[in-house]
Design a binder for this molecule. Structure first.
Ligand code: SF4
Length: 344
């Protein structure tokens, strides 16, 4: 587990609200009042189940949100002091692949099947760097070698379908890092890979981050990946961040009942891997959110207040924030341990 870093702020997301207008006329609040910062050079994990709003948040940061049906109703996304939401698409395309890059779960959705790896890598490099084709070719070969592709001169002439899933993800990392981005957004980059390749790709991403001095926003549903990669963790549920803390603090001292439930789904050595635990129930749909706490229907500690009033985010300790009525007052008299509430 990495320690939190104290560096200047790179990305500052403030009160981000994203709605989707549905075909039936209803409005889905997919991201609601989300605020967080990422410091230069750190790795932050944004964790939660499918439908929590984490991928939509990352698409908004990249300027890739489909508008319509999506709409950024409110908020700021400030990168290096500039609010990206005030940028035109043309200006944003200069930021994408340069100051911010993104890696997706399935590289085939990002790699173009009709172009060679070399074409795609060189095109990405030359879009942001004023260098000749020949120089870009050399840089592309170097990038492939940097991501552990031994026969780079051959692979650069091949097409995506000729390569394995692990190789394609290495190539996506090479493309994403080729212009030394300040921020790399990795959206479930290892989910489609087998466990051994997963570990290699995670190691590679952290090595590339160190060498290129980038920060990483790691989007995942997997707490084991969080433990291996992050300095800080933000837990997202039904469009809201419900807990945020340095990684060690979050694992040793989780507060929000949803975080506790997520940690309890982590496999342990004694566990039967065929029957991994899951959290009972499901995330409420973004077009029918309850008035009170969004986790109430699945929470074993839910009280009447929880169903009526939405909890606010509270700073309960330095760098540890929670959105839960159990911590509604300074020095709340209860705290949550893994799997249970214990009186103080
Ligand atoms: Fe559970 Fe209430 Fe906290 Fe929501 S606010 S997580 S329902 S205890």
């Amino acid at each position: 587990m990495g320690e939190p870093l104290k560096q200047p702020v790179l990305l500052d997301v403030q009160n981000l609200n994203i709605n989707f207008l549905l075909k039936n006329g209803k409005v889905a609040k997919v991201v609601d009042d989300v605020s967080f910062s990422i410091y230069k050079g750190e790795t932050v994990a944004l964790v939660g189940e499918s439908g929590s709003g984490k991928s939509i948040t990352s698409l908004a940061i990249m300027g890739l949100l489909a508008v319509p049906p999506g709409e950024i109703a409110e908020g700021k996304i400030v990168l290096n002091g500039k609010n990206l939401l005030e940028y035109k698409q043309k200006e944003l395309s200069k930021v994408r692949g340069n100051e911010i890059s993104m890696i997706f779960q399935e590289p085939m959705t990002s790699l173009d099947p009709v172009f060679t790896i070399g074409n795609q890598l060189i095109e990405g490099i030359r879009r942001h760097q004023k260098i000749s084709k020949k120089e870009a070719w050399h840089k592309a070969v170097l990038m492939l070698q940097e991501v552990g592709i031994a026969n780079a001169e051959k692979v650069i002439t091949e097409y995506p379908h000729q390569l394995s899933g692990g190789m394609r993800q290495r190539i996506m990392i090479a493309i994403a890092m080729a212009n030394n981005p300040h921020l790399l957004i990795a959206d479930e980059p290892t989910t489609a890979l087998d466990v051994t390749v997963q570990a290699q790709i995670l190691k590679l991403m952290l090595k590339m981050k160190e060498e290129h001095g980038s920060a990483i926003l790691f989007i995942t549903h997997d707490m084991s990946v969080v433990a291996e990669t992050a300095n800080r963790v933000m837990v997202m549920y039904a469009g809201q961040i419900v807990e945020e803390a340095p990684v060690r603090e979050l694992f040793l001292n989780p507060k929000h009942p949803y975080t506790v439930a997520l940690l309890n789904t982590m496999p342990s050595l004694e566990m039967d891997v065929e029957r991994l635990p899951s959290i009972p129930g499901s995330v409420p749909p973004a077009y029918a959110l309850p008035d009170g706490c969004r986790f109430a229907e699945r929470c074993q500690f839910a009280m009447d207040t929880c169903r009526q009033i939405q909890p606010k985010v509270r700073l309960i300790k330095e760098e540890h924030k929670v959105r839960c009525h159990l911590f509604a007052e300074e020095g709340a008299s209860v705290y949550v341990k893994q799997g249970s509430i214990t009186p103080n």
